[in-house]
Design a protein around this ligand. Structure first.
Ligand SMILES: *[C@@H]1O[C@H](CO)[C@@H](O)[C@H](O)[C@H]1NC(C)=O
Length: 313
């Protein structure tokens, strides 16, 4: 049945309780490929140990539980008014951004919540794209992070014609400078077990562990969580530009442009393109899967505090 999408924008979900502890932060760090020398992320006694600023992206999956969850339940079950039912197996993560408003504590304690408000919808011939604005709030309602996430429901149909409505959206990256070598190039390698580690942070979608499901989805086997690749590139920028200080990164966003297979090698290419707020520089970046040659994270934007003595290369 055709629906008109008119009530999607502004639709708000009930706030969801979320929590984390130091062990969750360590588990997340290895899920995004932290190595033995990334002590500020993997060693709780390191003097600069701090939460990876991108950690909140896994909270809507994890919630406030320390147990596994059933993936189908974490994403299904929400009926958005005037939106047709969509096939969860044909949904792909389109983009993700996070703005860090206050540094996260190492342990949340009880009372934190995750809010979600639909802020944009667009339909075209290939499907429907939804953008959600999320906030992470402490028990007093103070926002610590503001995020935008868009997902593309491939093949979904509502009005059957081009339509777009929006009241907010993610920060837009500046274009990558043409004919200009990156100021920073950071190589890294995912491990064949990368998705097994990343899922422990809360996204237990079988697509990332069961080869049969990956085959059915047309991916030729399991694929790595887009949010793991998202974390790999954030780590790369913090290491190369922020001197390894997790607190250096204040805003970070990407578009997901192609899947990564566990075991593939990645290369993040970053350009300094301007001045950001609060003593940061603005970075434009992309991440390439060196194994396939494809850009996997495009339209990258970051505001990051450059470490002292960190000259452009
Ligand atoms: C529809 O929108 C999506 C998401 O922005 C885009 O990837 C796709 O190319 C668009 N398709 C058409 C036919 O315009």
């Amino acid at each position: 049945m055709a629906t008109d999408l008119s009530q999607v924008v502004g639709f708000t979900l009930p706030p969801k309780p979320v929590s984390w502890n130091q062990r969750d932060l360590l588990i997340y760090a290895v899920g995004i490929g932290a190595k033995a020398d990334d002590l500020s992320l993997v060693y709780e006694l390191d003097k600069s140990f701090a939460p990876m600023p991108t950690y909140p992206v896994v909270l809507p999956f994890k919630g406030d539980s320390q147990e596994l969850n059933l993936f189908a339940k974490t994403i299904g079950g929400v009926q958005i008014p005037s939106m047709p039912r969509t096939d969860p197996n044909r949904g792909v993560h389109g983009s993700q951004s996070i703005q860090i408003l206050k540094d996260l504590p190492l342990v949340s304690g009880p009372g934190w919540t995750w809010t979600a408000k639909y802020v944009a919808v667009a339909e075209n011939k290939s499907g429907i794209i939804l953008t959600v604005e999320n906030q992470l709030l402490d028990p007093k309602g103070v926002p610590y992070a503001k995020l935008y996430s868009s997902s593309f429901a491939i093949g979904a149909k509502a009005r059957g014609e081009k339509y777009a409505k929006g009241i907010a959206g993610p920060p837009q990256a500046k274009p990558i400078p043409k004919n200009c070598a990156p100021d920073w190039t950071i190589g890294d390698k995912t491990s064949p077990e990368q998705a097994l580690m990343f899922r422990l942070s809360g996204d237990y979608n079988p697509l990332h562990i069961d080869p049969k499901i990956g085959q059915m989805g047309g991916f030729g086997g399991v694929i790595l969580h887009g949010l793991s690749t998202f974390g790999f590139a954030a780590r790369a920028l913090i290491k190369a530009i922020g001197g390894g200080d997790p607190k250096s990164l204040r805003l970070y966003g990407v578009r997901f442009t192609s899947p990564v297979r566990p075991g593939d090698s990645l290369e993040t290419r970053a350009w300094e393109v301007g001045v950001g707020p609060e003593g940061t520089v603005e970075i434009a970046f992309e991440t390439v899967d060196v194994t396939t040659g494809k850009v996997v994270l495009g339209g990258g934007i970051a505001y990051i505090k450059k470490a002292k003595g960190q000259a452009k290369l």
